[in-house]
Design a protein around this ligand. Structure first.
Ligand SMILES: Cc1cc2nc3c(=O)[nH]c(=O)nc-3n(C[C@H](O)[C@H](O)[C@H](O)COP(=O)(O)OP(=O)(O)OC[C@H]3O[C@@H](n4cnc5c(N)ncnc54)[C@H](O)[C@@H]3O)c2cc1C
Length: 377
């Protein structure tokens, strides 16, 4: 089996792996990204809402809160500088029931603690003046002007270009199957048509759904016996006709997701979803991404709480994604697990596990963060 040596290997060319590799390449590191699929960002990074989150929801001090707010600022700046289309269209989080309306001030306070800019509360009449299709039942709305949408695929291509411009490589159809920690770093073995061995001083495991599995396949690395991955599928529906809203409309969130929301993408298409469906405990990747048309009924019911004018027969199953969770149903929402040598004690290994939403928004900030962890002992 052929053997190569490099400075840093990043496993996985999704949004996060690419952003991490870019940060390392910009810091002068010699980076190789190993990707199992035949292209960049074919998994969760292509199966999401493409929303740039403000950072409203996450507990103060959590990695999600800090990296989302920092990542959002970096992402707008990056898109602006690199010609990637992004639009800060703004977002309303709408409350319909008494309980939802009572919870809005706490969400506002949390978002302000997280350092989210320009927030305010408006009443239902003001919300309907700005977005006339909103339900008369909407009592109050939290307004977040810095939330937006962007062209994530142009972003991924731009990241790949920057990695390659700095001498890095993104290598496809090269799944990492196992590895072991050595005195000098980590020795990896790949599968695919031409298996190879690669010796690296540092390995960043950003394998998305398979990140825990890969961590456990590296002998001598942290094994996380207490962790169990759980999966929440999110299905989307598209609507026909011109968009009824110009902002993102989110209901007050529930625990597994941010609620079944409405977004208008850069092409002007209205997208409804994702919903939230906990998969069976025994489920594991690869997942069935087919959208069950029967879930349209739930979608109509949820969306009509804030958009009663959604006409019958106008929504169609679109696509789905699966959230990788390190908590189960009923648990408090989990944080990102970004675990480097200082956390687990093994030099040269950084694992990124449970990078669910807002991972896309946070990606550049995660890149910065991980670049700072790699060489710590
Ligand atoms: C329904 C849904 C909606 C979301 N909406 C948003 C949103 O609007 N805004 C937001 O900020 N975030 C959102 N997210 C979260 C965001 O999409 C993810 O956090 C982000 O895409 C994760 O990127 P990643 O690179 O960690 O994972 P992935 O994109 O899954 O990439 C992992 C990569 O690793 C590769 N890989 C796996 N195993 C191996 C191996 N053994 N060897 C080599 N390569 C391997 C895979 O092929 C894949 O390319 C959403 C997520 C979901 C599920």
């Amino acid at each position: 089996m052929e053997r190569f040596e490099t400075d840093v290997v990043v496993i996985g060319a999704g949004a996060v792996g690419l952003a991490v590799a870019r940060s390392l390449a910009m810091a002068g590191r010699d980076v190789m990204v190993l990707e199992a699929a035949s292209g960049i960002a074919t998994e969760t990074s292509s199966r999401n809402s493409e929303v740039i989150h403000a950072g409203l929801y996450y507990p103060g001090g959590s990695l999600k809160a800090r990296l989302c707010v920092r990542g959002r600022r970096l992402l707008y700046q990056y898109c602006n500088e690199r010609g990637v289309e992004a639009r800060a269209c703004g977002k309303f989080v709408v409350a319909v029931t008494d309980a939802e309306a009572e919870a809005v001030p706490a969400l506002l306070a949390r978002a302000r603690d997280n350092d989210v800019e320009d927030l305010c509360l408006i009443d239902g009449d003001e919300a309907r003046r700005i977005e006339p299709a909103l339900s008369p039942g909407v009592r109050t709305a939290l307004v977040s002007p810095v939330s937006g949408v962007f062209d994530s695929h142009a972003y991924f291509l731009s990241l790949q270009g920057e990695i390659e411009d700095r001498g890095g490589a993104v290598v496809f159809e090269t799944p990492v199957v196992r590895g072991f920690v050595t005195a000098d770093g980590v020795e990896l073995e790949t599968g695919g048509a031409s298996p190879v061995r690669i010796g690296a001083r540092s390995v960043i495991n950003s394998a998305g759904h398979r990140a825990l599995q890969i961590a456990r396949a590296i002998e001598g690395g942290p094994q996380y016996p207490h962790l169990k991955m759980r999966w929440v599928k999110g299905s989307y529906f598209s609507t026909s006709g011109p968009p009824a809203f110009s902002r993102l409309i989110y209901p007050m969130h529930n625990s597994a997701s941010l609620g079944l929301h409405l977004s208008v993408d850069l092409a002007g298409r209205t997208r409804l979803g994702p919903d939230a469906e906990w998969l069976d405990e025994a489920a594991s990747p690869p997942f069935d991404y087919a959208v069950d048309p029967a879930r349209a009924e739930l979608c109509y019911a949820e969306v009509r709480r804030y958009w009663p004018g959604l006409p019958d027969g106008t929504i169609a199953p679109d696509y789905s994604g699966v959230r990788p969770k390190i908590v189960g149903p009923g648990d408090a929402p989990g944080d990102f697990l970004i675990d480097g040598p200082q956390g687990h004690g093994v030099a040269g290994v950084v694992n990124l596990i449970g990078i669910e939403s807002p991972g896309l928004t946070s990606s550049l900030a995660i890149g910065e963060w991980v670049a700072g962890l790699v060489d710590l002992k």
